[in-house]
Ligand binder design. Structure first.
Ligand code: 1CP
Length: 369
């Protein structure tokens, strides 16, 4: 399908299922909406087939393939939202860093940042539309091809999580190289986090202009920071992102879309996160829904948080786990999800059982209340 990039958002097909957006905005829903982090992923045979032999970041730069990968899980499961297929590491690439995907090893930076002087190697005035326009194209195309079935979520990595990859050069258990910067080069760390924040703000506004109907900020590596370091090196930037994105959307006459913050393992910051400009707070599985609700009240919608590994349970058991989870969260101001992404060895049928159980149990609970 030919898509004119100039098509104004009003020309997008009408949304048929707004359950996810209603929940995100704190409105009542007839059932609990559900989606899964990493729903477009290697656990699906059709995903592996389409990706076979193609370089990961080449895929990310091919809007037609991103669109197809985004749609694949929706053909199998009655999910209530789609998330654009892309990766958080496209931002370090836009800053001029090389990132390659090594089979069996994951994303790798051949030349990670080593010391404060290395910041000079980064591009300072990134033209976001030029460097990341391929993501915007993928979003616009996908929004059309979704035909209004469900809303499309755009996303970004949070400044701190992106900083960890840029310094560690890839995945890490301790994040000790990146954390070393916080103690040895606090000023340079703040410069890098500010630079990332500026790009992220523009990138997220661009995603909404292109057709994203909600935005999620992934601070996947928040957990290696303690409360003090999170308060200094992550939270202010996360807050700034939500505030500035919303102001810019208003200024540009674009829809002010709901925003989700997912700061994995940062339970100590739940209260503060629920008082920032995010409508939805995503939770990992290591916090009980009751405790999370007590800390956030009804200020925000909560999203999460089934242990992804619960999908290894027999299908019949998944229903019980889901039922208990919804009972604890309640059926309103709640978006069901996993506490982190799906793993490649998960059985798609079990993912289907999870999605179905959320709909069935939440409808039953709504009817009997
Ligand atoms: O070849 C492949 O298919 C590699 C697997 C893969 C996939 C499917 C990677 C490499 N990225 C993605 C897509 C992706 N990444 C999405 C797509 C949309 C969806 O969710 O369906 C999203 C939202 C991401 C975001 C992302 N990338 C995060 C944040 C979420 C999280 O998992 O915490 C992170 C940390 C990354 C980095 C990354 N990209 C890929 C891998 C294997 C990793 C993790 C590397 C590591 O830290 O070890």
């Amino acid at each position: 399908m030919e898509v004119d990039q100039q098509t104004p958002p009003s020309k997008f097909p009408e949304l048929k299922n707004d359950t996810f957006l209603r929940a995100a905005r704190g409105q009542d829903t007839p059932h609990v909406p559900v989606w899964c982090m990493r729903q477009a992923g290697r656990y699906l045979p059709e995903f592996r087939e389409l990706r076979a032999g193609q370089d990961f970041f080449t895929t990310c730069r091919t809007p037609e393939t991103c669109c197809e990968l985004t749609l694949q899980p929706l053909r199998r499961f009655p999910l209530d939202a789609a998330i654009i297929f892309s990766d958080i590491l496209v931002i370090p690439q836009a800053l001029g860093m090389e990132v390659v995907m090594l089979p069996g090893k994951g994303p790798t930076f051949p030349e990670p940042l080593k010391n404060a002087e290395d910041l000079l190697k980064l591009k300072m005035n990134v033209d976001v539309a030029m460097e990341l326009g391929y993501v915007f194209e993928a979003i616009t195309l996908t929004r059309h091809m979704l035909e209004g079935k469900v809303p499309l979520i755009g996303f970004t990595g949070a400044p701190w999580t992106l900083m960890t990859y840029m310094i560690e050069g890839g995945g890490s258990n301790t994040m000790s190289k990146a954390k070393r910067w916080l103690y040895q080069y606090p000023e340079a760390s703040h410069s890098l986090l500010s630079l990332l924040t500026d790009i992220i703000v523009e990138y997220l506004v661009g995603q909404v202009a292109a057709g994203a109907q909600a935005l999620q900020v992934f601070d996947s590596h928040a957990g290696c920071l303690g409360p003090r370091q999170f308060a200094e090196f992550s939270l202010p930037y996360m807050r700034d992102i939500a505030k500035r994105v919303k102001a810019k959307l208003k200024e540009a006459g674009l829809e002010v879309v709901p925003m989700i913050v997912f700061a994995k393992d940062a339970h100590y910051a739940l209260d503060e996160l629920s008082q920032s400009d995010y409508e939805v707070v995503g939770l990992d599985w290591t916090i009980s829904p009751k405790v999370a609700r007590e800390q956030t009240g009804l200020r925000v919608t909560l999203q999460g948080n089934m242990d992804p590994c619960a999908l290894y349970a027999p299908k019949e058991k998944i229903g019980n786990i889901v039922k208990r989870m919804i009972e604890e969260f309640g059926t309103q101001r709640y978006i069901a999800n996993l506490g982190h992404g799906l793993y490649p060895d998960m059985d798609p049928e079990h993912v289907g059982a999870f999605v179905e159980a959320v709909h069935t149990h939440s409808k039953n609970m709504n009817q009997s209340s």
